[in-house]
Ligand binder design. Sequence first.
Ligand code: GDP
Ligand code: IMO
Ligand code: MG
Length: 427
Amino acid sequence: MPALVLLGAQWGDEGKGKATDLLGGSVDYVVRYQGGNNAGHTVVVGDQKYALHLLPSGILSPGCTPVIGNGVVVDPSVLLSELSGLNERGVDTSKLLLSGNAHIITPYNVTVDKVTERFLGKRKIGTTGRGIGPTYADKINRVGIRVQDLYDESILHQKVEAALDVKNQVLTKLYNRRAITADQVVEELLGYAEQIKPYVADTVLILNQALEDDKVVLFEGGQGTLLDIDHGTYPFVTSSNPTAGGACTGAGVGPTKISRVIGILKAYTTRVGAGPFPTELFDADGEALRRIGGERGVTTGRDRRCGWFDAVIARYATRVNGLTDFFLTKLDVLTGWEQIPVCVAYEIDGRRVEELPYSQTDFHHAKPVYETLPGWSEDITKAKSFSDLPKNAQNYVKALEEMSGAPISAIGVGPGRDETIEINSFL
Ligand code: GDP
Ligand code: IMO
Ligand code: MG
């Protein structure tokens, strides 16, 4: 019963899409278990580039069944446009399965996300504006709308009315916006219902049966460990659990079924949106990482904040996820630096701290303590095995592995499927 979780070990955009797609050819199911279309996962196949937001990256592997689990929040208009975009490019999407228990991002959730951010002003989170937080808030408040509600108009109407009750008060009295009527929301949602129906399924049952039949299931995380609502840099986080436990709740699969947890780790660090980031660079090196790494958001087009590798964060990701392996990505981007600083600890109010502090105040004060490793100048994009890498690149990888607490089992040396060095097989 090989069930693998593949997740972001930093603040998202580590290259999860590429890593998932790479394994997609050898697995039977790829399952998104949390988040929604706040994600932007890039997959490059030959000369074709795909940006997936809601759909699991396994959708590009013909033998693989893509699944949107119960823990995901689904904007139906985005789902349909993503499907038709892929269909136009010749991708068969007919195998998609969508949990009837997944919550729907309604138009009012998107509105609330945007107005709340505007209202927060300087204190804003810098969300993607896709309605993610408000939809999860409705879920926890027990006023959410689920996919299955689309198939019972009277229930749908009652639920939308209940959800709008308080929201309209807030929208009109606090934010000075027009009230939203239940009728208009219900009409819009019903407009999607029939088109989505063929995909709706009891995904929990299907996935558990698949595992019993020894099928291979890969759980693809969105976002990353430090954006986790419980374990991330709260409140500058997303509203779900990208960490490994989220795969269990977000797909309905017990923890005893998970055999491997792979952390996707960029060879440096990036972050989009607000919040603390100890190794962030504001100089020419930061600019160079952004330019060479193409660090621009796939979903919002925002420039990503860039900085050196942070081993404190990597160790933390190993711990909270129980990582068995790392997939180190974008090593090629570091080619050309004579010296590469790596953050090995923090200095917080004069003390050296080796592990991520639980206190938000401490983390805001954390200053990186760097060790500098010698760089390399040779092109590594054609490297096929570890020994093809220049000695200094090998030493950089070995040092990161030592500091991060789990074996690095694959290395990305370019965005393409085949631009990968496999060290230990994942399957
Ligand atoms: P995700 O959200 O974790 O799937 O990552 P994104 O797709 O948002 O960002 C990762 C970017 O890095 C994408 O443009 C990928 O095509 C690219 N990428 C992934 N792995 C590598 C790699 O090893 N080297 C290079 N140069 N680019 C990579
Ligand atoms: P992938 O899956 C990077 C960030 C946003 C913001 C915070 C909350 O491509 O790695 P939200 O809209 O989720 O309420 O925003 O989380 N964020 C991401 N950053 N990669 C992502 O996804 C992200 N999804 C959300 O920028 O800071
Ligand atoms: Mg991304």
